[in-house]
Design a protein around this ligand. Structure first.
Ligand code: ADP
Ligand code: MG
Length: 241
Protein backbone atom coordinates (compact mmCIF):
# COMPACT_ATOMS: atom_id res chain seq x y z
CA UNK A 1 0.00 0.00 0.00
CA UNK A 2 1.26 3.42 -0.90
CA UNK A 3 2.42 5.64 1.90
CA UNK A 4 -0.25 8.29 2.25
CA UNK A 5 1.76 10.55 4.54
CA UNK A 6 2.42 14.05 3.30
CA UNK A 7 5.80 14.34 1.74
CA UNK A 8 7.50 17.35 3.28
CA UNK A 9 10.13 18.95 1.14
CA UNK A 10 13.18 19.50 3.32
CA UNK A 11 14.50 23.06 3.62
CA UNK A 12 17.70 23.62 1.78
CA UNK A 13 19.21 24.96 4.99
CA UNK A 14 18.61 25.11 8.68
CA UNK A 15 17.02 28.40 9.73
CA UNK A 16 19.44 30.68 11.58
CA UNK A 17 18.60 30.65 15.28
CA UNK A 18 18.80 34.15 16.70
CA UNK A 19 19.27 34.23 20.50
CA UNK A 20 16.28 35.60 22.47
CA UNK A 21 18.07 38.90 23.23
CA UNK A 22 18.05 39.66 19.49
CA UNK A 23 20.61 41.39 17.30
CA UNK A 24 21.00 45.14 16.74
CA UNK A 25 22.75 45.57 13.43
CA UNK A 26 23.91 48.97 12.18
CA UNK A 27 24.82 49.89 8.60
CA UNK A 28 27.70 52.35 8.23
CA UNK A 29 29.71 53.74 5.33
CA UNK A 30 29.98 56.72 3.04
CA UNK A 31 27.06 58.04 1.00
CA UNK A 32 26.34 55.73 -1.92
CA UNK A 33 28.07 52.70 -0.37
CA UNK A 34 24.82 50.64 -0.55
CA UNK A 35 23.91 50.80 3.17
CA UNK A 36 20.23 51.32 2.46
CA UNK A 37 20.00 48.95 -0.51
CA UNK A 38 21.81 46.14 1.32
CA UNK A 39 19.67 46.51 4.44
CA UNK A 40 16.47 46.55 2.38
CA UNK A 41 17.38 43.27 0.69
CA UNK A 42 18.42 41.70 3.98
CA UNK A 43 15.18 42.73 5.69
CA UNK A 44 13.18 41.08 2.93
CA UNK A 45 15.17 37.87 3.29
CA UNK A 46 15.16 37.81 7.10
CA UNK A 47 11.40 38.21 7.08
CA UNK A 48 11.03 35.51 4.41
CA UNK A 49 13.25 33.22 6.48
CA UNK A 50 10.95 33.62 9.48
CA UNK A 51 13.31 35.81 11.51
CA UNK A 52 11.34 38.55 13.31
CA UNK A 53 12.84 41.74 11.91
CA UNK A 54 12.50 45.47 11.70
CA UNK A 55 14.56 48.58 11.12
CA UNK A 56 15.11 52.10 12.33
CA UNK A 57 15.93 54.65 9.66
CA UNK A 58 18.34 57.37 10.82
CA UNK A 59 19.50 58.13 7.26
CA UNK A 60 19.39 61.50 5.59
CA UNK A 61 19.94 60.57 1.94
CA UNK A 62 22.41 62.77 0.02
CA UNK A 63 22.63 63.73 -3.63
CA UNK A 64 24.09 60.51 -5.04
CA UNK A 65 21.64 58.33 -3.16
CA UNK A 66 18.09 57.16 -3.61
CA UNK A 67 15.50 57.83 -0.92
CA UNK A 68 15.53 56.42 2.56
CA UNK A 69 14.74 52.95 3.84
CA UNK A 70 11.57 54.39 5.35
CA UNK A 71 10.40 55.73 1.96
CA UNK A 72 11.20 52.38 0.36
CA UNK A 73 9.22 50.49 3.00
CA UNK A 74 6.22 52.71 2.29
CA UNK A 75 6.45 52.02 -1.44
CA UNK A 76 6.91 48.23 -1.07
CA UNK A 77 6.77 46.31 2.21
CA UNK A 78 9.78 44.29 3.33
CA UNK A 79 7.57 42.15 5.53
CA UNK A 80 9.32 43.90 8.43
CA UNK A 81 8.40 47.32 9.84
CA UNK A 82 10.64 50.36 9.30
CA UNK A 83 10.40 53.33 11.65
CA UNK A 84 12.03 56.71 11.47
CA UNK A 85 14.70 57.38 14.09
CA UNK A 86 13.71 59.83 16.82
CA UNK A 87 14.63 63.44 16.04
CA UNK A 88 16.42 63.51 19.37
CA UNK A 89 19.36 61.12 19.05
CA UNK A 90 19.48 60.81 22.84
CA UNK A 91 16.43 58.60 22.57
CA UNK A 92 17.95 56.25 20.02
CA UNK A 93 18.92 53.60 22.56
CA UNK A 94 15.39 53.60 23.98
CA UNK A 95 14.01 53.22 20.47
CA UNK A 96 16.39 50.37 19.63
CA UNK A 97 15.46 48.54 22.81
CA UNK A 98 11.77 49.09 22.20
CA UNK A 99 11.69 47.79 18.65
CA UNK A 100 14.23 44.97 18.81
CA UNK A 101 12.12 41.84 18.30
CA UNK A 102 12.82 38.93 20.68
CA UNK A 103 14.86 36.34 18.83
CA UNK A 104 15.09 38.66 15.86
CA UNK A 105 17.08 41.36 14.14
CA UNK A 106 16.71 45.14 14.23
CA UNK A 107 18.60 46.96 11.48
CA UNK A 108 19.73 50.56 11.85
CA UNK A 109 20.38 52.62 8.72
CA UNK A 110 22.70 55.59 9.26
CA UNK A 111 23.71 58.66 7.24
CA UNK A 112 27.09 58.93 5.49
CA UNK A 113 29.87 58.07 7.94
CA UNK A 114 31.40 60.96 9.83
CA UNK A 115 33.51 60.63 12.91
CA UNK A 116 32.33 63.60 14.91
CA UNK A 117 31.07 63.55 18.48
CA UNK A 118 27.80 65.35 17.72
CA UNK A 119 26.71 63.10 14.84
CA UNK A 120 24.58 60.03 15.27
CA UNK A 121 27.41 57.67 14.36
CA UNK A 122 29.34 57.44 17.63
CA UNK A 123 26.07 57.01 19.48
CA UNK A 124 24.87 54.34 17.07
CA UNK A 125 28.20 52.50 17.22
CA UNK A 126 27.98 52.21 20.98
CA UNK A 127 24.44 50.79 20.76
CA UNK A 128 24.62 48.09 18.12
CA UNK A 129 25.87 44.52 18.45
CA UNK A 130 27.16 44.36 14.89
CA UNK A 131 28.46 47.29 12.85
CA UNK A 132 28.51 46.63 9.12
CA UNK A 133 30.88 48.91 7.24
CA UNK A 134 29.89 49.06 3.56
CA UNK A 135 33.05 49.68 1.61
CA UNK A 136 33.73 50.03 -2.08
CA UNK A 137 37.01 48.26 -2.73
CA UNK A 138 39.26 51.12 -3.76
CA UNK A 139 42.48 52.16 -2.07
CA UNK A 140 41.16 55.46 -0.78
CA UNK A 141 38.17 53.81 0.85
CA UNK A 142 40.39 51.72 3.10
CA UNK A 143 40.90 54.78 5.30
CA UNK A 144 37.28 54.55 6.30
CA UNK A 145 37.84 51.17 7.93
CA UNK A 146 40.60 52.72 10.02
CA UNK A 147 38.36 55.63 10.96
CA UNK A 148 35.62 53.27 12.14
CA UNK A 149 38.01 51.02 14.00
CA UNK A 150 39.56 53.92 15.88
CA UNK A 151 36.07 55.20 16.72
CA UNK A 152 35.27 51.80 18.20
CA UNK A 153 38.55 51.84 20.12
CA UNK A 154 37.66 55.27 21.47
CA UNK A 155 34.36 53.93 22.78
CA UNK A 156 36.20 50.98 24.31
CA UNK A 157 38.70 53.30 25.98
CA UNK A 158 35.95 55.06 27.91
CA UNK A 159 34.43 51.77 28.97
CA UNK A 160 31.59 51.79 26.45
CA UNK A 161 29.90 48.85 24.83
CA UNK A 162 31.51 48.11 21.47
CA UNK A 163 30.08 46.32 18.45
CA UNK A 164 31.57 43.57 16.35
CA UNK A 165 32.85 45.30 13.20
CA UNK A 166 32.45 43.47 9.90
CA UNK A 167 33.16 44.77 6.42
CA UNK A 168 30.84 44.32 3.46
CA UNK A 169 32.60 44.80 0.15
CA UNK A 170 30.14 46.85 -1.89
CA UNK A 171 29.57 47.32 -5.59
CA UNK A 172 32.19 44.76 -6.49
CA UNK A 173 32.83 44.07 -10.16
CA UNK A 174 33.19 40.50 -11.38
CA UNK A 175 36.01 41.31 -13.80
CA UNK A 176 38.10 43.41 -11.44
CA UNK A 177 40.52 42.14 -8.82
CA UNK A 178 40.25 45.25 -6.64
CA UNK A 179 37.85 43.40 -4.33
CA UNK A 180 40.26 40.49 -3.85
CA UNK A 181 43.15 42.84 -3.12
CA UNK A 182 41.07 44.89 -0.69
CA UNK A 183 39.81 41.73 0.99
CA UNK A 184 43.37 40.48 1.43
CA UNK A 185 44.65 43.81 2.74
CA UNK A 186 41.80 44.13 5.25
CA UNK A 187 42.04 40.51 6.36
CA UNK A 188 45.79 40.84 6.90
CA UNK A 189 45.14 43.95 8.98
CA UNK A 190 42.86 41.85 11.20
CA UNK A 191 39.43 42.95 9.95
CA UNK A 192 36.59 40.50 9.38
CA UNK A 193 35.47 40.79 5.77
CA UNK A 194 32.13 39.17 5.00
CA UNK A 195 32.26 36.24 2.60
CA UNK A 196 29.37 37.57 0.54
CA UNK A 197 29.70 40.82 -1.40
CA UNK A 198 27.20 43.32 -2.81
CA UNK A 199 27.86 43.08 -6.55
CA UNK A 200 27.71 46.15 -8.77
CA UNK A 201 24.56 45.79 -10.85
CA UNK A 202 23.05 48.47 -13.04
CA UNK A 203 20.54 46.46 -15.08
CA UNK A 204 16.82 47.10 -14.63
CA UNK A 205 16.50 43.96 -12.49
CA UNK A 206 19.80 44.60 -10.66
CA UNK A 207 20.52 45.85 -7.15
CA UNK A 208 21.25 49.36 -8.44
CA UNK A 209 17.69 49.69 -9.76
CA UNK A 210 15.87 48.07 -6.87
CA UNK A 211 14.88 51.17 -4.90
CA UNK A 212 11.19 51.26 -3.90
CA UNK A 213 10.48 47.92 -5.60
CA UNK A 214 9.51 44.70 -3.80
CA UNK A 215 12.51 42.60 -2.74
CA UNK A 216 12.93 39.49 -4.92
CA UNK A 217 13.43 36.63 -2.47
CA UNK A 218 16.18 34.26 -3.52
CA UNK A 219 18.39 32.63 -0.93
CA UNK A 220 20.92 31.67 -3.59
CA UNK A 221 21.41 35.33 -4.60
CA UNK A 222 24.17 37.55 -3.22
CA UNK A 223 21.85 39.43 -0.84
CA UNK A 224 20.01 36.24 0.12
CA UNK A 225 23.29 34.65 1.15
CA UNK A 226 24.44 37.83 2.87
CA UNK A 227 21.24 37.93 4.95
CA UNK A 228 22.04 34.46 6.28
CA UNK A 229 25.72 35.22 6.79
CA UNK A 230 24.95 38.35 8.82
CA UNK A 231 22.26 36.64 10.88
CA UNK A 232 24.83 33.98 11.73
CA UNK A 233 27.57 36.51 12.52
CA UNK A 234 25.12 38.51 14.65
CA UNK A 235 23.85 35.45 16.53
CA UNK A 236 27.44 34.54 17.39
CA UNK A 237 28.26 38.11 18.45
CA UNK A 238 25.35 38.43 20.87
CA UNK A 239 25.85 34.91 22.26
CA UNK A 240 29.41 35.77 23.27
CA UNK A 241 28.57 39.10 24.88
N1 ADP B 1 24.83 46.83 -6.03
C1 ADP B 1 24.63 48.00 -6.62
N2 ADP B 1 25.08 48.22 -7.86
C2 ADP B 1 24.89 49.41 -8.46
N3 ADP B 1 24.28 50.46 -7.90
C3 ADP B 1 23.82 50.30 -6.65
C4 ADP B 1 23.97 49.07 -5.94
N4 ADP B 1 23.40 49.21 -4.72
C5 ADP B 1 22.93 50.44 -4.66
N5 ADP B 1 23.16 51.11 -5.81
C6 ADP B 1 22.78 52.48 -6.13
O1 ADP B 1 23.72 53.36 -5.52
C7 ADP B 1 23.08 54.47 -4.93
C8 ADP B 1 23.36 54.50 -3.45
O2 ADP B 1 22.83 53.35 -2.83
P1 ADP B 1 22.25 53.44 -1.37
O3 ADP B 1 21.83 52.07 -0.99
O4 ADP B 1 21.26 54.53 -1.25
O5 ADP B 1 23.59 53.81 -0.59
P2 ADP B 1 23.75 54.48 0.85
O6 ADP B 1 22.55 54.15 1.66
O7 ADP B 1 25.00 53.87 1.40
O8 ADP B 1 23.93 55.94 0.65
C9 ADP B 1 21.60 54.32 -5.26
O9 ADP B 1 21.31 55.07 -6.41
C10 ADP B 1 21.44 52.84 -5.50
O10 ADP B 1 20.39 52.55 -6.38
MG1 MG C 1 21.23 55.35 2.55
Amino acid sequence: MADTKDVTVPRQWEPVIVPPQGIKLGMFGKGGSTKTTSLAHMLGHWAADGIPSGAIDADEPGEDEDGSLYTWSRAASFGAPVRKAPANHEDLDVELGLYLPAGGILGLDTPAWERKPETIHMRALSMVDVAVLCLQPTGMELNRAGSMLSAIQQIEAVGGRTPKLVILLARTKAQANAATQTRDTLTEAGYQVLQNEMPDQHAMDGYGQSFAKPIPIDFTSAMGKLSRELATVGAKAVSSR
